[in-house]
Design a protein around this ligand. Sequence first.
Ligand code: GRF
Length: 218
Amino acid sequence: MTQAAPSSARVRAGVLISGRGSNLAALIDAAKDPDYPAEIVVVLANAAGAGGLEIARNAGIAAIAIDHRPFKGDREAHEQAIDAALRGAGVELVALAGYMRIFTPWFVQAWRGRMINIHPSLLPHFPGVDTHARALAAGHDRHGCTVHWVTEGVDAGPIIGQAEAPILYGDTVETLAARVLTQEHRLYPQCLAQAARSLHSATQPFSSLAVEDRCRSS
Ligand code: GRF
């Protein structure tokens, strides 16, 4: 029988959210396995109403709202509060899961090589917002999601993994978003695990899933 790894052997992950937290829920589920290489030690949101905070609390994970509004546009001051909360929780790796704020270079540098993001498109297609509408308008026959390391460019860092979803005749933004989201929930736990393992590998600071390991929708 395999012995459960002691929790100190797992990478301490913090998740940043802004909304409902369905990707957070997928990560929490994956991390319930004692063999999963990361544990989620804190969840932070920039709004107290973010639904994902409740998901975290129900799972017994510290969940903290640090509202950006009292910082009155001083983005770096807000990020310093986020940074302090992450470091206070002993976080080694940050996973952005629907976190809707763009970071200053200061925060990106502070977590460089230790922060990943999930984006609902097959990057480099459609960085930014409204990805599903743009994929439909472009007439593509496939779409999907990407997990990547966070660098200064928006949705531009090295790719860890991608999962495809077909675009079907009659799709709307809603039907397509739901199909992609199912793939996100499969992909993100795999990629967080890969990122966590790479933190222990000095030779691979920005590791990727091998192409053959990437999720493909059937
Ligand atoms: C996901 O589609 C993610 O790719 C994007 O924001 C959405 C967050 O959804 N960055 P949820 O809060 O994880 O349900």
